[in-house]
Design a protein around this ligand. Structure first.
Ligand code: MG
Length: 321
């Protein structure tokens, strides 16, 4: 039995850490209290997934033990509308997003002018999204920004840090990974170039607008993913398959990305790294997201992240928190 970490909204509207086991959601703190009150004392302040990540060495072990024992604990799974999942990490200290990290995506974004990344002379690059402003959960509506006409998708494997990482080498970088989830690195393509500031790229407007980072559905611990560089990754808009690739095709590996980032910033537990997207984004085809669309991303072993697209200010239903 394996358990993933999730965040759900309880009946009082509070986000709480949860385990997802065989598709059922269990409140983390309640399960832990039944399982091991002593351990519960140590992790009692960790009612959020971010709190658990700050004690990840202990929490990861307890998570595995809880998964094995859950059916002996006489604890009922949550059911009903209060089990609406939120993004699994609320909120990461930072969301770091890789620049082009699949050559097929680089080629489509440069009109075929650049088809290769020479790792002897090229290093990764990253931009950031303001975490609390951009992250939304599975099922939550993607609101079309009023300023943007060209809202685009990017399916990406998201890496979640579980152990502080500062100046770590490539060889040991993976020891700092807590787990994996899915991120949609949304882009307002028409807000990127600034005519009033020649040569400038407006990263905030293009990548950091409200709701620009759908994340989820759960955090899958690293020990459940045999090889994060061999996962099928697919994205649909409505019924149409737009992206269909494998994380095997990343240029800079997860370890190389962590090592590079950690030379510049001290990575913290909960930090999310979006590892780049393969070809198939809307920009290359002149197709963009419209109200009424549904975007669905699947990554092998990580489930599916699906979000509807709505006009700004559209009324939400109670199931779309
Ligand atoms: Mg991206």
């Amino acid at each position: 039995v394996s358990a993933q970490l999730a965040t759900y909204m309880d009946a009082r509207g509070e986000p709480r850490a949860a385990l997802q086991i065989d598709g059922h959601i269990y409140d983390w703190a309640s399960a832990l209290e039944r399982f091991d009150p002593v351990c519960h004392e140590r992790l009692s302040r960790a009612s959020s997934v971010l709190g658990l990540l700050q004690h990840w060495d202990v929490a990861a072990r307890v998570l595995d033990e809880l998964a094995d024992k859950i059916y002996t604990l006489d604890i009922a799974p949550r059911s009903g509308p209060d089990t609406q999942l939120l993004a699994p990490v609320l909120y990461p200290p930072a969301v770091f997003c890789s620049g082009p990290n699949y050559t097929c995506h680089l080629a489509e974004m440069t009109g075929g002018q650049r088809t290769d990344i020479d790792k002897r002379v090229t290093r990764p690059f990253f931009f950031t999204k303001p975490a609390a402003h951009t992250i939304i959960g599975p099922g939550a509506p993607i609101e079309l920004p009023r300023l943007a006409a060209k809202l685009d998708w990017e399916a990406e494997l998201a890496v979640v840090i579980g152990k502080p990482a500062y100046e770590v080498g490539v060889e040991r970088a993976m020891e700092h990974v807590a787990g994996y989830t899915i991120i949609n690195d949304l882009s307002a393509r028409d807000l990127f170039q600034r005519d009033d500031w020649p040569m400038w790229k407006d990263w905030l407007a293009c990548k950091g607008f409200t709701g620009a980072a759908p994340l989820g559905p759960t955090l899958v611990p690293a020990n459940q993913i045999a090889d994060p560089h061999n996962l099928r990754l697919q994205l649909w808009v409505n019924e149409q398959l737009h992206q269909n690739s494998s994380t095997a095709r990343m240029v800079f590996s997860i370890a190389e990305q962590i090592a590079f980032l950690s030379e510049r910033v001290a990575l913290r537990p909960g930090d999310v790294i979006a590892t780049g997207t393969p070809a198939g984004v809307g920009m290359a085809k002149g197709v963009f997201l419209q109200p009424g669309d549904r975007v669905r991303i699947e990554i092998e072993g990580l489930g599916a992240l699906e979000n509807p697209v709505t006009a700004r200010g559209a009324r939400r239903t109670s199931s779309e928190q």
